[in-house]
Design a protein around this ligand. Structure first.
Ligand SMILES: Nc1nc2c(c(=O)[nH]1)N[C@H]1C(S)=C(S)[C@@H](COP(=O)(O)OP(=O)(O)OC[C@H]3O[C@@H](n4cnc5c(=O)[nH]c(N)nc54)[C@H](O)[C@@H]3O)O[C@H]1N2
Ligand SMILES: Nc1nc2c(c(=O)[nH]1)N[C@H]1C(S)=C(S)[C@@H](COP(=O)(O)OP(=O)(O)OC[C@H]3O[C@@H](n4cnc5c(=O)[nH]c(N)nc54)[C@H](O)[C@@H]3O)O[C@H]1N2
Ligand code: SF4
Ligand SMILES: [Mo]
Length: 722
């Protein structure tokens, strides 16, 4: 790698490059300085910034390792006749790919080619990918991994508020809160610097955590008299229906606010009438007095926030559950009232921007609907095509993957920024679907497990090697800056799209300059819900020099929007909708000796682990999959701490190390999903989806466990790691 060019960045005293972490949506600010002679090309320092206040988690501190990984891809790889991936030139790779795409298109029609994007892509790449799919490939079949992440919360926010910005307020608003309820969110591990924003609530004894595990976040309730409730996994909907019931029955709700700012109270009231606390206790395992205490604490707070994470959203009833959380917040009069609110914690680095600019099957840039004729006309004019040239809505991620290679599905798939064979639900079936494809193309900078299956692998730039923008969990648009030159051979995805578009005779312009692509994105988003039209790279740089923040919507002539709901909600009448939701009539629960499997994250690993399993310090700390099990459950099945357990169901089998811990319910087992192949938790998860959002059921599966008497592998690490 060549020397860093230490340009840019004003927020710190350092001369280095001011940028943000490659991983999660907190987008902690960091400075990258040249580290000559060191193994890593740049040194990472935390930079003062509202979300992280100079702090970084372990993943952030070690992120420069990624730039120096020994197995970095720098040459296109094509599957040879011997079945192995072998090096090829860019020219050959792109010529062959374009020809093959054209063949498949003329044989089966344009929808035979699909695109799978990612919430880690910059806004520029996400935007360009949506455009590339629609007018270069002319396919409707594009979706992305945000479907696995934010789709339920997004659907719930959209129907309640008319808009979806994960946090409709700056994160620092939480600092002075005295009451914060976190539902299915483990920020202690998933966004460690976030915890500093919970100080006020902790000090006031108002941190309320709902999680079937005593997670590191749940533990934060122990010092200040907060409350942790440990419901049966997947029972959050009845829990929230019950809290709404209590709030209404005990007249704890804000009747003035509800009358002035919402619609739908009478239907909501009827829908929760039968969810009295004793019935909820039965459904959730949470004692009725605790439910009452929770409701009262929420209502008593001077400054109260309700926040949801994936634990409540990644279910087949995730949209309704998030909706029930919003209903509770609305009854309490929180959204849009100073010092209180509702939000969902976006996960991926650009999980927010990634869901605004057209990677989603039903979406055009600016959070526009692809079925809206006006939106189509506007975007078509920016793209330089007729509105008719833009295909209609495609299919959501699970369907896109699982139908691959069938008559109804795509024959080719281009993957940008996701390691789907590890992270998709029912991973065995997903892998089989990918194997049916005529053509799998993966753009990545490492040979991820998905790239290993590809017919063609294209090596791309990473994080500190390119310019761009990210939109963090608050809707704050940030500059990601280049700190060093990419290794010879790796190419920007903007370049790949431009080269393919040219070979496919696509209309439109295909700039290689992220600043230009951003300007086009800004024009395409103008007038949409997520309006970026007043922004540019230059303005963002100037604003960060001054310490100003750019929250969308940011139309031309504005200064952006820190708090979304001060003057009303985004429905035409300005009111939020209370949406009555019901518990699904039937959901199979664990019976007999079955357990409920929940899945989630560890501090040290990120997502499919494609990146963090390559960082020595992180991988040494968590080298393999550990199943968190209650000691009583373990003893009952003859399992010992550090021994091996086989976890299985009709979909698959995972062998894991037993990590005994009293922090989990005895009827529940937890597996992190960061590990691959035979250790992949998703071999066990179901691809049943939420009917509204198409979010898969990652957070509850039914499994059986048994000890493995004669271990095939010896555990690499000792006990207690789950
Ligand atoms: N270290 C690390 N940090 C990350 C990521 C990562 O992979 N690793 N990924 C980023 C991304 S993309 C995301 S989306 C976020 C996710 O951030 P979180 O939502 O905080 O992460 P999870 O661990 O998936 O789930 C949170 C909690 O939900 C609980 N849970 C499971 N089932 C249920 C249930 O039925 N009900 C309730 N109430 N809780 C349940 C789990 O026990 C877990 O503690 O993290 C981001 N940050
Ligand atoms: N069981 C279970 N499964 C889950 C979840 C769960 O809680 N439980 N959570 C779900 C959630 S919330 C999410 S967000 C998904 C995430 O799961 P994935 O979509 O698999 O996410 P990553 O592991 O981040 O994969 C990103 C891949 O893209 C590469 N990459 C990074 N940046 C770029 C880029 O700019 N361009 C390109 N082309 N490639 C890039 C990385 O090297 C990596 O291989 O997993 C979902 N799966
Ligand atoms: S919390 Fe997220 S953004 Fe911050 S350093 Fe850790 S991974 Fe990076
Ligand atoms: Mo996510």
């Amino acid at each position: 790698m060549s020397a860093p060019d230490a340009a840019g960045g004003g927020d710190g005293p350092s001369t280095g490059t001011a940028t943000h972490c490659p991983y999660c949506a907190l987008q902690c600010a960091m400075t990258l300085d040249p580290a000559p002679g060191d193994r890593v090309p740049v040194r990472v320092t935390g930079r003062d910034f509202p979300t992280n206040r100079g702090g970084l988690c372990k993943k952030g501190w070690t992120s420069a390792e990624l730039l120096a990984i020994p197995d970095r891809l720098t040459t296109p790889l094509v599957r040879g006749e011997d079945g192995e991936l072998q090096e090829t030139s860019w020219e050959t790779a792109l010529d062959t790919l374009a020809a093959r795409l054209q063949e498949l298109r003329s044989e089966h029609g344009p929808d035979a080619v699909g695109v799978f994007g990612g919430g880690g892509l910059t806004n520029e790449k996400a935007y360009q990918l949506g455009k590339f799919a629609r007018i270069a490939l002319r396919t409707s079949r594009i979706d992305y991994n945000g479907r696995f992440c934010m789709s339920s919360a997004a659907a719930a926010s959209t129907r309640a508020f008319g808009i979806d910005r994960g946090l409709p307020f700056p994160l620092t608003d939480l600092d002075t809160a005295d009451t914060v309820m976190l539902l299915g969110s483990n920020v202690g591990d998933t966004m460690p610097p976030f915890v500093s924003h919970l100080q006020g609530a902790r000090a006031a004894g108002g941190l309320l955590v709902v999680d079937p595990r005593r997670s590191s976040t749940a533990r934060l309730t122990e010092d200040g008299g907060g409350l942790h409730v440990q419901p049966v996994p997947g029972s959050d909907l009845p829990l929230l229906l019950g809290l709404c019931h209590i709030v209404l029955a005990e007249r704890l709700y804000d009747s003035e606010y509800v009358a002035a700012r919402t619609t739908g109270l009478s239907t909501l009231r009827a829908s929760v009438a039968s969810w009295w606390p004793e019935r909820v206790q039965q459904a959730t395992g949470v004692p009725a007095p605790t439910l009452r205490a929770l409701a009262r604490r929420l209502a008593e707070g001077r400054s109260t926030y309700i926040l949801t994470g994936r634990g409540v959203e990644q279910h087949a009833d995730g949209t309704d559950t998030a909706t029930a959380a919003i209903n509770l917040a609305l009854l309490l009069g929180l959204p849009g009232k100073p010092g209180s609110g509702y939000g969902t914690l976006t996960g991926q680095g650009n999980g927010q921007g990634g869901r605004e600019h057209g990677q989603k099957a039903d979406q055009l840039p600016g959070y526009r609907k692809i079925t809206d004729p006006e939106a189509r006309t506007h975007v078509a004019s920016v793209w330089g095509v007729d509105a008719d040239a833009i295909p209609g809505p495609g299919v959501p991620a699970v369907q896109l993957l699982q139908s691959a290679g069938t008559d109804a599905g795509v024959k080719a798939l281009l993957v940008h920024g996701s390691n789907v064979v590890v992270s998709a639900p029912n991973a065995g079936a997903a892998r089989a679907a990918l194997a049916r494809l005529d053509l799998l193309v993966v753009c990545d900078f490492v040979l991820s497990e998905t790239a290993r299956l590809a017919d063609l692998v294209l090596p791309v730039l990473q994080w500190a090697e390119e310019e761009g923008t990210m939109t963090n969990l608050e809707g704050r648009v940030l500059r990601r800056r280049r700190a060093l030159t990419a290794p010879e051979g790796a190419r920007s995805e903007l370049w790949i799209m431009a080269e393919l578009a040219r070979r496919l005779d696509a209309p439109g312009t295909w700039s290689l300059d992220p600043a230009e692509v951003f300007d086009e994105l800004a024009r395409a988003s103008a007038g949409g819900l997520a309006d970026y039209s007043g922004l540019s790279h230059v303005l963002l740089d100037e604003m960060s020099e001054r310490g100003d923040a750019a929250f969308w919507p940011f139309p031309v002539g504005s200064t952006g929007t820190q708090r979304l709901f001060d003057d009303g909600f985004a429905h035409p009448d300005g009111r939020a909708r209370l949406v009555a939701v019901r518990r699904a009539a039937h959901r199979r629960t664990a019976a007999g000796d079955e357990l409920t499997l929940i899945t989630g994250r560890l501090l040290e690993h990120y997502q499919s682990g494609a990146q963090t399993r390559r960082v020595a310090e992180l991988n040494d700390a968590r080298p393999r999959v550990v199943a968190q099990l209650h000691p009583v459950t373990a003893a009952d099945r003859g399992l010992t701490d550090g021994g091996l357990v086989r976890v299985s169901n009709t979909r698959g089998t995972v062998d894991a190390v037993v990590g005994m811990s009293p922090d989990i319910r005895p009827d529940t087992i937890f597996l992190p999903f960061h590990f691959a192949d035979a250790e992949s938790a998703n071999l066990l998860t179901s691809d049943a989806v939420d009917p509204i959002s198409a979010m898969p059921e990652f957070k509850t599966a039914i499994v059986r466990i048994e000890p493995i008497r004669s271990p095939t592998r010896s555990p690499a690490r000792g006990p207690g790691q789950a």
